[in-house]
Design a protein around this ligand. Sequence first.
Ligand SMILES: [Cu+2]
Length: 210
Amino acid sequence: MRKIVASLSVVLMLAAAAVAQEKMKDAPKSGHEGMAKAGGAKSDAAVIAKATSAAPPDIARNAAVMGAGPDGKMKEVRAGTNGWMCMLDLAGDSMCLDKEWQAWGDAWMNKKDPPKPKTVGVAYMLKGDKGASNTDPYATKPTADNQWVVSGPHIMILPTDASQLDAYPTDWSKGGPWVMWKGTPYAHIMVPTTSMAKSAKTEKKAADKK
Ligand SMILES: [Cu+2]
């Protein structure tokens, strides 16, 4: 019996090696195909590494991973087992979302009304973001009046009822929790886990340009 198992595993190993060789042949010679992926990441492995860096390892390890394919559409790069989904978006920002946030994200990307959360939603962006307007969910760059804010590491909270947002200011400069995109269907609470100094600098630069 042992002999059969041993020879079977040799056959499997050979088969795996053959598949690997076949894959190598298909691999693009230049990096261009890979570069077309979200955030300039080069491979699925790079997308997974970057996307999962947004959450504590205990969550990220078993999370599903989404990244943009060459066509710009989001696709699953790795299946998950714990209900969390880590994503590398087109801007190159990484985030890990629970179920409530996944529904929210889907609505935001498709410009639909998000479903009312059944429980409080939690999302991690422990690598921060490249910047967002605090008033316009679809702004892609700073303007004179769209309150552009670059956030360091933070957690995001979706309350079960929009009225709960009233407990927090929309001013991020104090460094505590604040409401982003208030008055839109995508309003949520941003909870910085470090100083907002980087954002203050960006804001000053924008103000100096005026
Ligand atoms: Cu965020």
